[in-house]
Design a protein around this ligand. Sequence first.
Ligand SMILES: [Zn+2]
Length: 110
Amino acid sequence: MTRWLTRCAGNWPGPGSRRTAATSTTARKRDLTWLTHCGDGAEFLGLAGAKELERYPDAVDDLRRRCAELTWPPDEVEDFLGSLHKDDRPTAYLFRCRACATHLAYADFT
Ligand SMILES: [Zn+2]
């Protein structure tokens, strides 16, 4: 799974993103990457696994897109998505845009 992180990390907003610094106090405390959408920080809904993400297909699409852009093989992406678990790594972090209510997600492996 380290390979996935290496290949995808560069595409994600970093925890030090200046744009979200003012609204991500909680995120920095937890050392979370805070996702943004529509030009603002999204609302963090909680941890999610493959089962939880079934209810949020737009969040799954978001995860899938991040890797697809980096030419990660689709079957490996699907394997990864299926291995997500709420209580065990890898875990997905679920967000919702405050403006348009689109669900977003990322996962980390640190
Ligand atoms: Zn939005």
